[in-house]
Design a protein around this ligand. Sequence first.
Ligand code: ZN
Ligand code: ZN
Length: 305
Amino acid sequence: MRRLGVHTSIAGGLPKSLERARALGCSTLQIFSHNPRSWALTDIPEEEARMFRRLREKLDLDPVFIHACYLVNLTSADPLVREKSLRMLAEEFRRADLIGADYVLLHAGQPAGLPALGQTASGRTGPGPRSGVPGYESLVKSLKTALGGGGKRFRAGLLLENTAFRLQSPGPAASSIKALALAAADSGAAGVCLDTCHAFASGYDIRTMADIEEIARQTEGVKIRLIHLNDSKGGIGSGLDRHEHLGRGRIGLEALRRLLRFGPFKDKPLVLETPKKEASDDPMNLETARMLLANNRSQKEIVSF
Ligand SMILES: [Zn+2]
Ligand SMILES: [Zn+2]
């Protein structure tokens, strides 16, 4: 059975996130380990961590993903921010290990103030994702430091997630995901997380098989451990990180269905990060996702949903 889940809230304590996921019929989940927009941290009491580990086993929620704090910026021009970021990322890993989470996810597609990975400062795609990519070397170096320089400092694995940052030359020539995959491989990360909204907004037209295949090529040699299944409010190459309900955005159900069933993306765990304004939103999007995964549905039924 393919693992399917949502990002759930930790309000009321970390174990509550598991109960929320289970109530929605999920088999995996993603959480923040604390307020993702703040540097402030409070400790996770050992008892709460133990409860989380026990309940997670009992409910068979697997894998558990922690989305790192949004403030982490390993390539900031400000050395103080870089220092704080390294400490925060290490803290995310400590927390992951404490509660038995499997992976920590980090946005790393765009070193701050620099063009997206895979582009030169002039906006053109460079001769190769490793060369001529501002910020690439320092990102990999920082990731290695955070991961303990090759040593197995933490049990949880690091996943790099592609961002919505707009490429100036969208289409199959775009190579930001390629650079991300290389950064993951070069730094010793466990793999990558592919966000469908971010891919589309950054310039990959995943409504076409050509670009779906291109992403598959660009991620060869690295493990795709997770797909963030989101539709996009913004158009192709808009650079807008605005997630939409499945089928109500600019990507559409048919494209998402094709991507989910395509070779290297098949069978990967899925986590939805779709809008949550109403209590009915998660059940609605999960139902749509299940429908996309069901083999016995005709294309016509899906399109008319
Ligand atoms: Zn993310
Ligand atoms: Zn995402």
